[in-house]
Design a protein around this ligand. Structure first.
Ligand SMILES: *[C@@H]1O[C@H](CO)[C@@H](O)[C@H](O)[C@H]1NC(C)=O
Ligand SMILES: *[C@@H]1O[C@H](CO)[C@@H](O)[C@H](O)[C@H]1NC(C)=O
Ligand SMILES: *[C@@H]1O[C@H](CO)[C@@H](O)[C@H](O)[C@H]1NC(C)=O
Ligand SMILES: *[C@@H]1O[C@H](CO)[C@@H](O)[C@H](O)[C@H]1NC(C)=O
Length: 794
């Protein structure tokens, strides 16, 4: 019985206050298969290989390897840019915005305009010879173990399918089983709709394999991959049938799959050697050992945080689609659905972003799951919000290792960006520039063709701040010295060359405020037209401010003096400060232009509220009040209109210490955006899948319970709707691991473990009094590494 099996599984996890069959905070489960809906599949991954499992009669598994993209490196730099730059700046400062916009397009656009796109490996089909008439069907994704499972009865035989993505062994492993001996037939094949080089099945010395190889289609320099599925069974008979392997009369069939590409290996044969090395090791360990090592590894990450937002009781006992549907009318009945989405976000990050060597690749727009050759927005790395959002939960929810692939990609992109700084801006001081997208080659050129998004030279600044945050959370000084500093220094160098003096301020331009437009005022050329290009947008100034602060902080920690320090200090004092407009709002642009889209989805002008910190209430009550004005205005005009936009709003309200609004937006997110398998969408099920919203959701819940950009702030934005609950294992800057329990809407107690020693400055809720280790708290305390400090209400 599955009840019995799950009880044994549940024995080593203590998530749930309720002992229902399915822990409602942990399992996404279904009583029917995904049909042809990709957004109903069960997504698993080991940080490099991924599977999306349909659970259909003939099983379909969509497979990805994260370095299979649409082609080789492209030099897309526009050689006209350098010479056009000063005339475009003159146009912008002398009231010729429209002309500047067209000059930007013709002189600065990349050629071609797009970087490479993420592509699928292909599909695996496993036919069991079954037809309609399956009963007792269920399938689930286990967000704790990172595994998937399918079970049903057919012709009185109980069949099961298990799916494991193993990080330790670097393979995907599957077990197909009939509970009645000898009743399992399996025909396994692989396919790919484009650029297939070979697709064969083989048997040699008792080893049965299906092979699929392909490439990205170019006649030279294409990314090539090889993949192999090895089929292992101890009973029944096995044969090669065309490009399939066929097993009949078996009881258990195990499949191990690996794929490797020429992105990481110098040739296809070198990739194949690595492919076989991992496959041989996994097969000789055997399925049970592979599965248990994978689960130990996965739970070692997923199990670090346990969240309890209250019990759903019977409302949590329904399958996931039913819960999603009920939630639209009665969200208060199922608080565990929010906990499940929080856990699902962490599952997706673990599945899509692991250190797999020196060329690890980070989670992209669809994390790691993509079935299309022309996916939405190329399923690439869009760095004017989306990929940053992917990593918002990494540090605070104790998955700091998952951040590393992002640093690998940025280290690669830094070299590209230094070349781009030279070609496009004439900067030869080793500064690097990134625009608003990257691909797996770190392509640093502007992307697409339009003034509201293309010309944005700020990607490097934002990315460099991720290195700084990793240091702030972990305190890893080696990382700061060897990885963060070279990137921070190079990011800052670019701006020392690139910024220009405007009215006494060192200013960006041509630039934009991601994806928004304003109405060109009279006197600045085509009045009334929507335009995106300008100088000195607030977001750029916020990014520059926090970049130079990070450089100064790093210099202080590492003892760096000289021009690295003095230039950062000098430039910091010359950044245009934020200004406010007619209703007290932070201004998005250098002056109050008419708003083309008052409910715009990007919250760029208040970036410094979140993920930055300069506009937060404890840092600046004036700027936070003005940021709130803009946020409220945007929301009352329809912002939060995409899944990811909605979850950015959660994080922003958390930073405004407004728990009610965090929760209202969390509820609004769950009511509209998740697809049946919980993936975030742009506009609700059936519209584009984009993973960022899942990660933004997880981060938003964490920010509601713990913040640390100023002091370590416990329960900064606890929603009245969640008066009782607990969380363990969140992480605060300074390397503090934080467990909190709360009741009646306030702190019960917290345990804070210091990883690195150091000063601990604390705040509880809106300034409640409290004690630390029984002593009334009056100011920062010195901690000892390894010690735990008990905080209680006083
Ligand atoms: C089939 O076997 C699986 C695995 O033991 C179990 O979870 C499931 O409940 C069984 N189904 C039926 C109908 O007994
Ligand atoms: C600290 O950072 C270095 C450099 O990135 C890394 O090799 C090391 O594993 C990190 N230490 C810990 C404890 O994570
Ligand atoms: C916010 O305040 C904290 C604590 O004083 C400080 O460390 C941090 O640099 C401030 N952030 C900004 C952007 O000024
Ligand atoms: C803190 O630790 C104490 C002692 O181990 C424990 O009783 C309490 O439940 C913990 N509190 C939290 C919030 O984890």
């Amino acid at each position: 019985m599955w009840f019995v099996k799950l009880t044994t599984v549940v024995a080593f996890v203590l998530f749930s206050p309720c002992r229902a069959q399915w822990d409602a905070s942990r399992f996404a489960w279904y009583t029917s298969d995904a049909g042809s809906d990709y957004a109903s599949t069960l997504p698993v991954g080991n940080g490099r290989l991924a599977a999306a499992i349909y659970g259909t009669i003939d099983e379909k598994v969509s497979i990805n390897e994260n370095s299979i993209w649409s082609g080789p490196w492209q030099d897309r730099a526009n050689r006209n840019s350098k010479n056009a730059l000063s005339s475009i700046r003159n146009q912008l400062t002398s009231g010729q915005i429209t002309a500047a916009g067209s000059s930007v397009l013709s002189n600065m656009a990349g050629n071609p305009t797009s970087p490479r796109a993420y592509n699928p490996l292909g599909d695996m089909t496993i036919s069991f010879g079954h037809a309609t008439g399956r009963t007792n069907y269920f399938r689930y994704l286990d967000t704790y173990q990172g595994t998937a499972f399918v079970s049903y009865v057919y012709n009185n035989v109980n069949y099961t399918r298990e799916y494991v993505a193993s990080y330790p062994h670097g393979v995907l492993a599957m077990r197909f089983k009939a509970q009645t001996a000898g009743k399992l037939d399996v025909t396994l094949s692989m396919s790919r709709s484009q650029y297939t080089l070979s697709n064969t099945a083989s048997s040699s010395s008792g080893i049965y394999e299906v092979h699929l190889s392909g490439n990205s289609g170019q006649s030279s320099g294409a990314i090539a991959f090889s993949s192999t599925a090895r089929i292992v069974t101890s009973s029944g008979s096995v044969s090669v049938s065309g490009s399939s392997i066929r097993v009949t009369g078996a009881t258990t069939v195990d499949v191990f799959l690996n794929a490797e590409t020429t992105y990481r290996y110098s040739s296809q044969s070198a990739a194949e050697a690595e492919l076989n090395r991992k496959l041989n090791a996994a097969v000789s360990a055997g399925y049970d050992a592979v599965r248990s090592a994978a689960i130990t590894d996965n739970t070692g990450l997923s199990g670090r945080v346990k969240l309890n937002l209250g019990s759903s009781g019977t409302a949590g006992n329904s399958n996931t689609p039913t819960r999603l549907s009920n939630y639209k009318n009665n969200p208060n009945a199922d608080p565990q659905l929010a906990t499940l989405l929080f856990n699902f976000g962490r599952h997706c990050l673990i599945a899509s972003s692991r250190d797999t060597g020196s060329l690890s690749l980070p989670a992209n727009l669809q994390a790691i799951w993509n079935k299309d050759f022309g996916p939405a927005w190329g399923s690439k790395y869009t760095i004017n919000i989306n990929i940053e959002m992917n990593y918002w939960p990494a540090e605070v929810t104790n998955l700091q290792e998952t951040h590393k692939p992002l640093f690998d990609l940025i280290d690669l992109a830094k070299g590209r960006g230094q070349a781009m700084a030279q070609v496009m801006y004439g900067c030869t001081n080793n500064g690097f520039v990134l625009h608003h997208n990257l691909d797996l080659w770190g392509d640093a050129a502007p992307t697409d063709y339009g003034t509201p998004y293309m010309m944005w030279p700020m990607g490097g600044a934002w990315m460099a701040l991720h290195y700084m945050e990793h240091y702030r959370f972990t305190g890893n000084r080696t990382f700061l010295q060897t990885r963060a500093w070279p990137v921070l220094q190079s990011a800052a160098n670019f701006y020392y060359c690139y910024l220009f003096n405007w009215n006494g301020y060192m200013t960006t331009g041509p630039s934009l405020s991601p994806e928004n437009t304003f109405i060109v005022p009279s006197g600045m050329s085509t009045a009334g037209k929507g335009e995106g290009i300008d100088i000195s947008p607030q977001m750029d100034n916020s990014l520059l401010t926090e970049l130079f602060l990070a450089v100064i902080q790093t210099c202080q920690i590492l003892g760096i003096t000289g021009s690295d320090l003095t230039q950062a200090q000098g430039y910091l004092s010359k950044i245009r400060p934020p200004s406010t407009g007619s209703y007290g709002q932070i201004l998005e642009w250098r002056q109050e232009y008419g708003e083309a889209e008052p409910g715009h989805r990007h919250m760029s002008p208040i970036w410094a509220l979140f993920p930055g910190s300069g506009f937060t209430p404890l840092n600046s009550s004036t700027n936070s009040a003005a940021a709130k004005k803009l946020l409220d205005h945007r929301m009352s005009n329809g912002a939060g209109s995409t899944g990811w936009g909605r979850t950015w709003v959660m994080n922003l309200y958390a930073r405004l210490l407004d728990g009610t609004s965090v929760w209202n937006n969390a509820v609004a997110f769950i009511q509209k955006y998740p697809s049946p398998n919980l993936w975030n969408t742009d506009n609700g099920p059936g519209t584009s899948f984009q993973i960022d919203g899942n990660f933004g959701f997880t981060s938003g819940i964490a920010e509601m319970l713990l913040q640390s950009h100023n002091v370590v702030h416990l329960l900064p934005a606890l929603p009245p709707a969640i008066p009782t609950g607990s969380v363990t294992g969140l992480v605060a800057r300074g390397g503090f691991v934080v467990d909190i329990s709360w009741s009646s809407g306030g702190l019960s107690s917290a345990n804070i473990t210091s990883n690195n020693g150091g000063q601990l400055a604390l705040r509880v809720a809106s300034g409640s009094t409290f004690s630390v280790n029984g002593i009334s708290y009056t100011g920062p305390i010195s901690t000892t590494a390894g010690s735990t400090y008990r905080v209680a209400r006083s």
